[in-house]
Write a protein that binds this ligand. Sequence first.
Ligand SMILES: [Fe+2]
Length: 179
Amino acid sequence: MSTKKSNTAKVSIKSSVRKTVSRKVTSIGLDHTQSMELTEKLNDLLANYQIFYMNVRGFHWNIKGEKFFELHLKFEELYNNLVLKIDEVAERILTLGQTPLHGYDDYLSTAVVKPTKNISEGKKAVQSILDAFKVLITKQRVLLDLSDVADDEGTNAMMSDYIREQEKLVWMYSSWMGN
Ligand SMILES: [Fe+2]
């Protein structure tokens, strides 16, 4: 009985706070300030995906040696997957009411993942992929938390899917490396 009373009190305090604080809400009913923060971080994520994507295309083209056929195909599979995520992230930013970065100058100045060139050795390429995944997964975990706080289920579900999928890829690429 007493627990029920205190719950009721909590709800009324919350709703009175909601009434007094006028929040700007987006077209999909999310808090505007939280959405802005999410789109900034999604744009940062997008920049990292774009550089990573181009790096993996380079690995696909330039790889040499006895693992050529295996890695050439594996890297194609990866960049095809990345390009789908790039589109999804960009379109999520639009859905949240902002504009996705779409210039290489912005990607280069924003991304932590740096462009790679002339990598033809399998282990170097795979290590670079593992390093990039660590960056992406870490950034996606931050977005997972922020989107949870903002009640942004759409972004939250995306990040959750990406993290799970890429953690598995990290295991597989690490195994290939013999780690
Ligand atoms: Fe190709």
